[in-house]
Write a protein that binds this ligand. Structure first.
Ligand code: SP5
Ligand code: ZN
Length: 327
């Protein structure tokens, strides 16, 4: 399995986020990727590769050109060690800009697109270790630690070759990804996430949001109770996967957030480290070429172990093959 990452993730290092006006430690730390990389390397999982540089035209299919220019321009004008919460294109107080934000976010898109390219070349599963994450980023807005929507850009790129399913298993609803494809019937968006009545992004991810026009029926939301057990989660994951199977996609893009982990400082269902291997094996059981896009996950202490567990599941044989052998 190829693991794609860029060193430029380190350029994005905001000093804090704002919660109810109070400065709090920035949860989306660069150490998240440091620990994932070192754990994967230590366990000899994956073939590591740098991203290629893709044209901005792919980014501009998902984001408004003015927004992309604004981000580039504002970042270039921020002094080292300074920060900015811009007055425009910002949907909440969880996406400050620093000097390196644009460069890091642009290269995270390259990481996603390089992974997509690998699928086109015939790989069955690729892990794009994107940072900053992307699924909250909308057509003309940053928010929730996201600037450019890595998964949406990759899905749109792959959609030229066939139908695409996106499965979003981050703890939070992917409002940006949903809105990117809300009117389309060639990209199915399916998300399992904490009930937005209680958790970020609060205003989207409800069951009633199903798509619009020809896109109606191609957005599927599973808002979950915060107390959901792992067995209940698996039952819903299986339902989500059966919807994806029925759609018969050419490629699957997974927005993989590890903030569903039980001790995550921001999210947290009841998931333990070994549970991620089980989730991954279910994803692979679809037998559709799959691009994993890193989204959230904030337990720096456990993220390495989680990524290793998840990757082991990706590398396993499909569950259906295994159950046939048992019979
Ligand atoms: C990609 C992703 O997982 N984005 C998550 C954005 C969540 N933003 C809300 C975080 C609020 C955390 N601060 C609460 C501290 C209470 N004292
Ligand atoms: Zn999240």
């Amino acid at each position: 399995m190829y693991i794609i990452y860029s060193q430029k993730y380190k350029l994005h290092n905001p000093p804090f986020e704002l919660y109810d006006g109070v400065r709090e430690s920035y949860a989306e730390k660069k150490e998240r990727i440091d620990v994932i990389l070192s754990a994967l390397k230590k366990n000899r999982i994956g073939i590591f590769e740098k991203p290629s540089n893709f044209s901005l035209k792919y980014l501009n299919r998902i984001h408004k050109q003015e927004y992309v220019h604004f981000l580039k321009d504002r970042c270039e004008n921020i002094l080292p060690n300074d920060f900015l919460f811009p007055s425009y294109f910002l949907r909440d107080t969880y996406a400050p800009l620093v000097r390196g934000t644009y460069k890091a976010a642009k290269d995270a898109v390259n990481v996603a697109l390089t992974g997509a390219q690998k699928l086109l070349e015939g790989e069955s599963v690729v892990y794009s270790l994107c940072r900053p994450p992307g699924h909250h980023a909308e057509y003309n807005a940053m928010g929730g630690y996201c600037y450019f929507n890595n998964a949406a850009v990759a899905a749109d790129y792959l959609a030229h070759y066939g139908k695409i399913a996106i499965l979003d298993i981050d703890f939070h609803h992917g409002n940006g990804t949903q809105s990117s494809f809300y009117d389309r019937d060639d990209i199915l968006y399916v998300s399992l996430h904490a009930d937005p009545r209680f958790k970020y992004p609060y205003i989207s991810g409800f069951i009633e949001e199903k798509g619009r026009g020809i896109g109606f029926g191609y957005t599927i939301n599973y808002p979950l109770q915060l107390t959901i057990t792992n067995q209940q989660y698996l039952d819903i994951l299986k339902k989500a996967l059966s919807k994806i199977k029925a759609f018969n996609p050419k490629f699957l893009v997974v927005s993989a957030g590890f903030d569903t982990y039980k001790d995550d400082p921001i999210g947290g269902f009841q998931m333990t480290v070994p549970f991620y291997e089980i989730i991954a094996r279910h994803l692979i059981s679809l037998s559709v070429p799959t691009l994993i896009i890193q989204e959230g996950g904030y337990s720096v202490e456990k993220l390495g172990d989680i990524a290793v567990s998840f990757s082991k599941g990706l590398l396993n044989r499909p569950l259906n093959t295994i159950s046939k052998e048992v019979k």
